[in-house]
Design a protein around this ligand. Structure first.
Ligand code: PLP
Length: 399
């Protein structure tokens, strides 16, 4: 049977300590041992089922990790305090001084800044490439390369990484393929396509409430254990631990992810088609005009659609700012970074989430300053939303 990430989550069963329908929240930073021997065994990793300290893991974090591993079809997962708290330990666990990364050049600005400005301090250097051009990816691999890093659907340009093509390169050169799947949970299952590690910023669609930051790393048991090692694990030693209260609340929100993603996709598809037909330069993987539309169709788990993100280019930053302010004024959404909220969120990435990328590099990658990134909300009546957005565009002579 075809892998269905939502069924994998649904098929898990949890009970609380007193038969509750939700698992009990672990409200402890540390744990008692019945014997001193079991404490030392736990530190050596030889005692199953014992908890040592909540920076290492907690029962609540394990519940959420189990559900996210099921969703991605991996053996294990480790949750973290933020998406960056997932990305940076993965890179640092797999790369040391002298190693090299091949990364997509269109990635979240924080990941770009980490690879471009911070990792070189540790002598980890990165070649940024057009990830849609496999020949260019291959040409940039050298004998020090350890990982290929990409986003399934990139932030903010919505370029699609050919995961199966990248898997072939990773195998050929014995590299790990790390995929940030934040923009496309449920829609794409990168490990099922052959990727080694999948990361999410839980802050976005997965939690969906814009009330916390969070992250997850999904991979093999061996890799997740290595991140949590008390001796040399990047997650354990850098300490980006999620709090148990938060992991319990993210787990509850995960229950509705399948419904939300379908509605985000439905609404974004509706608006993207309408705006394109109105003559606006619209980028959405669900549009036939998207350069990777055919490829993306082969990658997605159909029922979850093409996702909730699209961009339009209104020509200048002045127009983009005026439109976003007017749409906020009309209560069509919020002028805010981030994504995956019930309400539509919009921002101009060139001056916000991608401002870490120097202007000339933004120009090279096609990130012009009139681009507005939309994370389309769960609006019940998307036709009404469209009419109201169009009225804003007319008022500002954008349409
Ligand atoms: N990955 C992507 C694709 C993102 O958009 C973001 C944040 O915007 C992150 C990672 C970082 O996540 P967080 O803000 O939870 O650290």
């Amino acid at each position: 049977m075809k892998f269905n990430p939502a069924n994998e989550i649904q098929d898990l069963q949890y009970f609380g300590e007193f038969g509750g329908v939700n698992p009990s929240i672990s409200d402890s930073s540390t744990y008692t041992f019945l014997t001193a021997k079991s404490m030392s065994d736990t530190f050596e990793g030889t005692a199953e089922g014992c908890y040592l300290y909540s920076r290492h893991t907690s029962p609540s974090n394990l519940h959420l990790a189990e559900a996210l591993a099921a969703m991605e079809g991996t053996e294990a997962a480790n949750v973290s305090a933020s998406g960056m708290g997932a990305i940076t330990p993965v890179i640092l666990q797999l790369c040391g001084a002298g190693d090299h990364v091949v990364s997509s050049r269109t990635i979240y600005g924080g990941t770009y800044a980490f690879l471009k400005n911070f990792a070189p301090r540790l002598n980890i250097n990165t070649s940024f490439v057009d990830i849609t051009n496999l020949a260019s990816v291959e040409a940039n691999i050298n004998e020090n390369t350890k990982i290929i890093f990409c986003e399934t659907v990139s932030n903010p340009l919505l370029e699609v990484a050919d995961i199966e093509g990248l898997v072939k390169l990773a195998k050929k050169y014995n590299l790990k393929l790390i995929v940030d799947n934040t923009f496309s949970p449920l829609s794409v299952s990168p490990v099922k396509l052959g990727a080694d590690v999948v990361i999410h910023s839980l802050t976005k669609f997965i939690n969906g409430s814009s009330d916390t930051v969070g992250g997850v790393i999904c991979g093999t048991t061996e890799f997740i254990d290595s991140l949590k090692s008390v001796i040399d694990g990047a997650s354990m030693l850098l300490g980006p631990t999620m709090d148990s209260l938060r992991s319990a609340s993210v787990l509850k929100n995960l229950r509705t992810l399948h419904l939300r993603i379908k509605q985000h996709s439905y609404n974004a598809t509706y608006l993207a088609h309408k705006f394109e037909a109105d003559g606006l330069k619209t980028v959405y993987p669900g549009l036939a005009s998207h350069p990777s539309h055919q490829l993306y169709k082969t990658m997605i788990n159909d029922e979850f659609g093409f996702g909730g993100m699209f961009t339009i280019d209104v020509g200048s930053i002045a127009k983009a700012n005026a439109l976003m302010e007017l749409m906020q004024h009309k209560n069509l959404g919020y002028l805010a970074v981030s994504l995956g909220f019930y309400k539509t969120l919009f921002s101009a990435p060139g001056t916000s989430t991608s401002s870490e990328i120097p202007e000339e590099e933004q120009a090279q990658m096609g990130l012009s300053d009139g681009i507005i990134r939309f994370s389309i909300g769960l609006d019940n009546d998307i036709e009404r939303t469209y009419k109201m957005m169009k009225a804003c565009m007319k008022e500002l002579n954008i349409l």
